[in-house]
Each structure stands twice: as structure tokens, then as C-alpha cells.
Design a binder for this molecule. Structure first.
Ligand code: PRP
Length: 215
């Protein structure tokens, strides 16, 4: 039985293809993709398609894709019915709280405003801290919100820290680490168990190989 695999396009795309390459998948069509969105593996009975991270979850949750490769950030924000089977240890970054240096955000009493692309993650974090928060959903360039006075601070993804630094924001706390995960539709896990586990094992071997190399 062939597997249908949803890959997150953009930042994770190249790193995911590198991992598949390393373990003998035929990713040639993915590398020369142009505007095409669906690709057959040239060596194995696998079909890939590229989608935005939120859509990867939707396709996997609905069983249109058996497997998805998606960031933990999206999984945390959206929630999913799929099994999370493997941390690929690529696309590593962190969910962080940041603000302008003079804000003393986490020491403030009373109501604070937070701009974020991740309202659920932000709400949960501040709830745990016992801080009364109003979350304002932002679609991108979240760093603008405190600079322009829309919010007191932000909850956002930090990778290198360059965006924060270049916009005069300071990191106040790390919410949690993030990386790409392999998720599997529950029905596919039962019906295509052998193929699914083979795929996961293949990628797991690359994760281990890379970890050994870095030791
Ligand atoms: C993400 C994130 C930060 C930036 C962090 O944005 O929201 O803005 O990357 O990366 P850094 O720590 O390496 O500077 P993205 O590039 O995805 O764009 P967006 O803000 O338009 O969503």
C-alpha cells in the first residue's frame, strides 16, 4: 500500500527533503518542483504533497494524508487527533515571551496585552503564570505590536534572536522548545501499520545518525 505524506512547505521543506534523501527516498521530483504540489517518490511507493503547516494538520486529521511533517508550534496551537511519533530535530527554535526592555512585563500587576500568532499557546502560558492577559491575534511580523503600542509584549517563535535584537526587543522567558515532528493519522496507523512504521524507522535512523555525529 502506498503512503501519502504531507510536507510543510517553506522553512522545513529543504531540511525534510535532505533527511528523506539521506535514507534512500526518491525525492528528485520534490527538488525540481516548480509550481507543482503533488509528487511521486521515484524509488518508493510514496506520494508527497506540500502544504502550509495548518493545512498539513487538516489533511492528516482527515486521513487524506497518512503522515505529516509539521512543526510542534502548529501542533501546540491547533491540537490534532494524530499520533505524534517522532521528533525530527530539525527546524529547532523556541516559543518565547519578549517585550521592549522598559516594559518589565512579567512583573506587572493587572491586565497585560500580548500580540501573537499563537493565541492558545500565549493564553496557556500566562494562565500558568497567574497573569491576567488579553491576547491579540497577529498574522505576521509580530514584533511590530509592542513597537507600535498595540501590545505590551509578544509570544513568538525565536530561532536566532536576530529579529528581536534588530527591533530592540528583549527575550523575557522561554515557553518551550520547538522542532519538526512526524504525525500519523490514527486510522492509517492501523490500516497501513507496516508502511507507516517503516517510514518512521527510516527517519529515526537519520535522527540517530545525526545525533551520533554531533556527539
Ligand atoms: C518568524 C518569527 C520571528 C522570526 C524569528 O517569523 O515570527 O519573526 O521568524 O526568527 P529569528 O529569531 O531567527 O530572527 P517568519 O520569518 O516566519 O515571518 P512572519 O513574522 O512574517 O510570520
Amino acid at each position: 500500500m502506498s503512503l501519502s505524506i504531507a510536507l510543510t512547505k517553506g522553512r522545513l521543506e529543504k531540511k525534510t527533503i535532505e533527511m528523506l534523501d539521506q535514507v534512500g527516498y526518491g525525492t528528485q521530483n520534490l527538488k525540481t518542483k516548480g509550481r507543482t504540489l503533488v509528487f511521486e517518490d521515484t524509488l518508493k511507493p510514496v506520494q508527497y504533497f506540500l502544504a502550509k503547516s495548518n493545512d498539513v494538520l487538516t489533511y492528516v486529521d482527515h486521513g487524506v494524508a497518512d503522515i505529516g511533517i509539521v512543526g510542534k508550534d502548529t501542533l501546540m496551537e491547533r491540537g490534532s487527533t494524530a499520533y505524534e511519533l517522532l521528533d525530527l530535530e530539525i527546524g529547532k527554535c523556541r516559543f518565547c515571551v519578549a517585550s521592549l526592555p522598559e516594559k518589565k512585563l512579567l512583573k506587572k500587576t493587572g491586565h497585560i496585552k500580548i500580540g501573537t500568532k499563537y493565541p492558545r499557546v500565549a493564553r496557556e502560558y500566562f494562565l500558568k503564570q497567574g497573569i491576567d492577559v488579553e491576547v491579540i491575534k497577529i498574522e505576521g511580523s509580530v514584533e511590530l505590536a509592542p513597537i507600535l503600542g498595540l501590545a505590551d509584549g509578544i509570544v513568538d517563535i525565536v530561532e536566532t534572536g536576530t529579529t528581536l535584537k534588530e527591533n530592540g526587543l528583549v527575550l523575557l522567558d522561554t515557553v518551550c522548545d520547538i522542532s519538526a515532528r512526524v504525525i500519523v493519522n490514527k486510522a492509517s496507523y492501523k490500516l497501513k501499520r507496516e508502511e507507516v512504521l517503516q517510514f518512521v524507522q527510516d527517519l529515526e535512523s537519520v535522527v540517530k545518525l545525526r545525533a551520533d555525529k554531533n556527539r
